[in-house]
Design a protein around this ligand. Sequence first.
Ligand code: ADP
Ligand code: MG
Length: 360
Amino acid sequence: MAAITLKSVKKNYGKTPVIHGVNVEIEAGEFIVILGPSGCGKSTLLRMIAGLEEVTAGEIHIGDRLVNQVEPRDRGCAMVFQNYALYPHMTVAQNIGYSLKVAGVPRAQRDERVRAVAKSVGLEDYLDRRPGQLSGGQRQRVAMARAMVREPKVFLFDEPFSNLDAKLRVAMRAEVRRLHRDLGVTSVFVTHDQTEAMTLADRLIIMNAGRVEQIGKPSEVYNRPASRFVADFIGSPAMNLIEGMFDEQGHFVYGRGGRLAAEPLNGQRRPGRKLVLGVRPEAVRRTNEQKPGAIPALVEYIEELGAARLIHADASGTRIVAVETENVDIPSGAPVHLEFNDDALHVFSAEDGRRIDAHA
Ligand SMILES: Nc1ncnc2c1ncn2[C@@H]1O[C@H](COP(=O)(O)OP(=O)(O)O)[C@@H](O)[C@H]1O
Ligand SMILES: [Mg+2]
């Protein structure tokens, strides 16, 4: 296993910049997930680490080696893609062992290694089958085994499970996590799926339009999102975001004249100052009576999830979603009051979207 360091890494395609300067230090043995919407540059970043794309500027180090000019095959990385192309005419064993054969590893040694790797991903009974005789999950396992057989220092995964159905995806996640625990190989896993990212990662790198928005543990990005973008991207249902401005009297006014009094806003109280407040649906409580601090809203509809239900409400023109675990039957249009604790409130700049520390 090896550490990976990216220093001011940039990438242009022609004249178009797509990665704007990324700095990351990945520790040896760490499981890192790069998360972001489609087109934000995740694959480009991963492919630069693998050596499949040239770096326009900056440095990539694997272990203690600057690898900008090192050939992909000499970087010690193994890559698993979404579209793992297996050789259809070869058996599972031949597919897994192919790279060892090309590298001139003697037959007996090769067979032993293939069998050991196949066992670790639960394929020992399928070694003589061809890819066409396997399920999607089994084929994905062959692709993983093929990457593992070379004993890489680094595993790179590019959305490897996005072609699999939901249940299989959960099972494969558990498998990747277990493999990581057993082998301890530094892993960089790209996905646009926040649930997949949160469950796999030691640390997440959240990207937006070619820039890093935040690097942190799953609990850190959930509890202290560094920007409005991260706040909106992480968590399901998504965080409520309330845009508003302080009026001349110092009240925070949102939507069509709704008012909110919250202590974390005190340091920001400047007439004309615009802010975005965030509160997670799981932190919003519904009350039936008017209380100081609670905001009035009208129920729009209730989304039934089985174990919980989401109350979608309109608060002076701003949509607020609240999670409710009790079984309730509230008609559309019913008036409710919504409240949340001051410490559940996240404050973001309306200009650049960065987090503003409360009480600052
Ligand atoms: N070979 C290429 N030539 C030109 N533009 C590219 C190329 N590959 C990717 N891009 C562009 O770079 C940006 C990042 O792409 P990519 O890294 O594939 O995003 P992601 O993997 O996050 O979906 C996108 O705008 C994409 O259109
Ligand atoms: Mg991609």
